[in-house]
Design a binder for this molecule. Structure first.
Ligand code: SAM
Length: 230
């Protein structure tokens, strides 16, 4: 992370503080309960994302950056040996507990997603991370992602589409690239959130040297993308 970037530092503080309540977003509980139809649509999109990830070949050395509470790590760890990284110790601890509870293992490393790769792997995954990377820095991050991979290896990611029923009920509908996010205890933090389009990401992946980039959208909430190292 660029230490001069106060917005990134605020986001790191936000996610560390949000860690114990983060899964409420996936579970559509507490402040994330919207209309019943929105909840059903969310769960359908989430099921599609799980099926999509199951079909992506990731090989036998998988790295997940900005892994959070390990919501996706549980699926990745079933595909092959997994190393998960996050900058927040609180997030990593919750991911560790989740995997342990499921009888799964992974190596966890407290590391910045912007750190230079320390090896080349067979699969790289990021969940809901690219939307926190600014447009200016997206080429840099995708080039780091590319450097993580062996030839032919796969980068897979999920991210958010703009939908008013995605966030908490007391958040403003997503409009700006910097959102004010509230926690259950009322504390607020500024967070960068960019709703990239599928075609914008496909182009950026090709520019970063990836091949076979394909980004699809679920009905309402998610982008599902993958591309190969040439
Ligand atoms: C939106 S959450 C996504 C968590 C998880 N990937 C998922 O899909 O549920 C963003 C994650 O990025 C982490 N994070 C924020 N800045 C980071 C950085 N510079 N390097 C690594 N992780 C970072 C946060 O701690 C948080 O766990």
């Amino acid at each position: 992370m660029d230490p001069a970037d106060e917005l990134n530092a605020e986001m790191v503080r936000y996610y560390s503080a949000r860690a114990p309540e983060y899964d409420e977003w996936y579970l559509r509980s507490d402040r994330y309960v919207h209309a019943e139809a929105d909840g059903a649509a969310w769960n359908a999109d989430l099921d599609r994302a799980v099926r999509w990830l199951a079909d992506i070949p990731m090989g036998h050395d998988i790295v997940e950056l900005a892994a959070g509470t390990g919501w996706w790590s549980q699926h990745l760890a079933r595909k092959g040996p997994l190393t998960l990284r996050d900058i927040s110790p609180e997030m990593l601890e919750l991911a560790r507990q989740r995997l342990q509870g499921l009888g799964l293992t992974a190596r966890s490393e407290l590391r910045d997603a912007w750190a230079e790769p320390d090896r080349q792997v067979s699969g790289l995954f990021t969940g809901f991370w690219l939307s926190h990377v600014s447009r200016e820095r997206l080429p840099d991050f995708l080039s780091i992602a590319n450097r993580w991979l062996k030839p032919g290896a796969e980068f897979a990611f999920m991210d958010s589409r703009r939908d008013p029923a995605s966030g908490a009920i007391d958040h403003q509908p997503p409009a700006e690239e910097v959102q004010l996010r509230r926690l259950n205890d009322g504390r607020t933090f500024r967070v960068r959130k960019i709703y990239y389009s599928a075609s914008e990401l496909e182009d950026a992946l090709a520019d970063a040297g990836f091949v076979d980039a394909r980004v699809e959208v679920t009905e309402r909430f998610f982008l599902l993308g993958h591309a190969k190292h040439a």
